[in-house]
Each structure stands twice: as C-alpha cells, then as structure tokens.
Design a protein around this ligand. Sequence first.
Ligand code: CTP
Length: 412
Amino acid sequence: MNILLGVTGGIAAYKSLLLTRLFVKAGYQVQVVMTAGAKEFIQPLSFQALSGNPVRDSLFDQNQEAGMGHIELARWADQIVIAPATAETIAKLRMGRAEDLLGTLCLVTDKPIMVVPAMNLLMWSNDATQENVSQLKQRGFDVLEPEEGEQACGDIGSGRMPEPQAIFDYVQQKIAQKAELEHLFLKGQSFWKDKRVLITAGPTFEDIDPVRFIGNRSSGKMGFALAEAAQKLGAIVTLISGPVQILPPPHIERVVDVRSADQMFSAVQKHYADSDYFISAAAVADFKIEHKLDKKLKKQAQETSFSLSLVQNVDIVAWVAQQKNRPFVIGFAAETDHVLDYAKEKLARKKLDAIIANEVGEGAKGFESDVNQVTLMTLNTVQTFAEASKKSLGFQLLSAIQELRSECVGSN
Ligand code: CTP
C-alpha cells in the first residue's frame, strides 16, 4: 500500500512527521510531497529520513521528473493524505489549481484523497472555507474534521489538526472499508450483471394548490446510492425519483422524474413487469389532497383553524408485491421508534420479500444525512449493518440481497 502524504504550510506540519513514522511502522510505503509553505515550517530532510524516500516539492525539477515523474507519482499512490491542509490548499483543491506539484497530483489521480484541515478557528468557520470543504466532500474527498481545543495561536475552538494516531486510525479504517467494497464489488459483478433493477427514491409532493404542497424530508440519497451501486455492478437500472435536490448518479439507464405518489405509481406500473428487483426506497406520501385547488387557497378572515380533506394513495410497494409475475420486492421502513418491530410488521402486511429498516427523526442518521445505519430483514433473517456512508451501504445491501437470493435458489 503506497501513501502519498501531502504536507502544506501550517504549524501542524510538525505532527505529520509522527504520522509518517506511524505509516512506515505499519508497513506502508510513503512518499512525501511538500508545498513551499510547508518548507517554511519543517525541513524536507526530516520527512526524507522518516519516510526513507526523497521529498518531492517541485513540479519542474528535472532530476525528480527523470526519476519518478509527477504522473507516475500519482499512479504510484494508492491513497493520498493531505495533512495538514491549510485554508489556502483547500481553496486551491476546490478550484482544481495545478500550479504546484500537490495540486497537480490531486488532479491527475483517481485514487481516494483525504484532507485533514488545520487552521485558526475563524479561518475554519469562515463561510468561504466551509463552502470549499463542502464542495470537496460532494466531489468525494474524505475530510477528517479538525478537533476542538487550544490552538497554536492561543485561541480556543475548532481548527486543530487531530493527533497523528487519530489520523492514522482514520486512514486505516478508510483503507479497510475500501478493500471491503472492492471485495463486494468483485463478488457482485457476475450476479448483478444485466439484472434489471427498478428503484424508487426521494419524497413525493402532494399539491394542495399551485403554491403549497405536503412533502417530507426524504433526500433521495439512499435510493440514489443503491441505484449507483447497482449500475456500477452492471445492472440495468430504472430510477424513479421524487423531487430531490441532488443529481442522479451518472450512467443510469433510465431516470424518471415524478412529483406525486400517483405519478410514481404510474411510472412503477409501467416498469415493474420488466424488472428482476424492485427496491422501494421512496418515502411515498400515504395520503393526497382530496380536492386539489387550481387557484391559490386564500385565508378567510377570523379563521383560527383549518382542515384539509385527504384520501389514501395507493401503497405502491404492496401493489407490486401482489402482482403475479412480480420482481423480488424490497421495501424500506423509516421509523422513529420500535424500528425493527414496525419494519417486521410492514414486511408481513405488505407481503415483501425483504425490508430495510432505519431510524429517522431528531438525532438519527436517516433522511438528509450522508450516513445511515440499517437492518435488512426477511421473515426469518435479521442482518444489521454498521453505520456507514449511504454510498457504501448501497454496495453492502446489494451484496446482502444477492446472498438472500442465492440462498433462495439453493433451497429450491
Ligand atoms: N410505500 C409505497 N407506497 C405508499 C407508501 C409507502 O410504496 N403509498 C413504501 C415505501 O417506499 C417503503 C414502504 O412502503 O418501501 C414503507 O413505507 P412507510 O411509509 O414507512 O409505511 P406505511 O405503510 O406508510 O406505514 P406508516 O406510515 O404507518 O409508517
């Protein structure tokens, strides 16, 4: 395992010496790349001695380029770790600048990049920095958030780089997770190849009048993550999405945008018969407005309370489960309490093959979060997954569904 450690110009750079040592002691190959700012704080020779490799610090050094050119260096790395990452470095990464070696390497690599910010607390909390960090996260960078505490400048707050051991443990954990995903990927490829997978995701909006609606907090992230994992495993995916703020994953065979539960039901009716799997991840509204208004509803003078008449929507997943030639049907149960009991009851009542239960509400992972903690249940089995990113859970759940199917086939 080859680690490329980027060190940028912050006082926390001294901690990266110890980090280098921890990597080397654990058996990793380490190449250190320093920015000009980093060299103001630490001598490259220290990193060279600890890593056992010459430090790279220039994009245009003919000697270094003759040895391992910057493209080869990027190819060599299995994991890039930038610690400390200054506000300036984070801003440059966000812009995709290639003016120095580290910026260029981050542009030419397809390997995971971990960023460990360290800076003054006001710099860290500044909107510009926070916006840059959130952009990097959205692009798939791993950001290990700074710690609270006393800073080198004397201020007390958030911005301190975590201790080398904590960074090392985090890197190890990420590397292990990646290896596990690669394993699941290899295992799932032949199974999911050309399987037709229909997925609903996101909320539904039930219009009251042209300006108001009843909706819910589903972000669509879990359904989209399942769609992405299925597509990457070679499945032919149809994704039916309610109104969400995120873009569908690339290369999905068919994406159908809908707004209401009725529209989602029509789209499912159109596609379910051609599907091998139906994963109902959408948070479908149970009720719709009985009489939707064409014009904006006006408040009446003296009105202190107001009632809306609602009628039930079709239960889409239960409907699919009742059809004769139906796909393997997996539902979701988002619950605030008695999660597993309610999920099991839904599984039986809706006659599903499996259900994925997760807790939602105040303090829980669930809806808007990028991480989730779920349990996959059938009538006879319960499999609980450790908290993980929704993207990773997408692969883990498909792998577990694959196992369920293999067991079914085996027992027939
Ligand atoms: N579902 C559906 N159509 C509906 C309502 C729900 O397909 N009209 C699906 C969801 O996509 C999910 C599962 O049913 O897979 C569970 O949804 P949930 O709303 O939690 O269950 P309900 O039956 O509505 O139960 P309750 O509201 O009591 O929790």
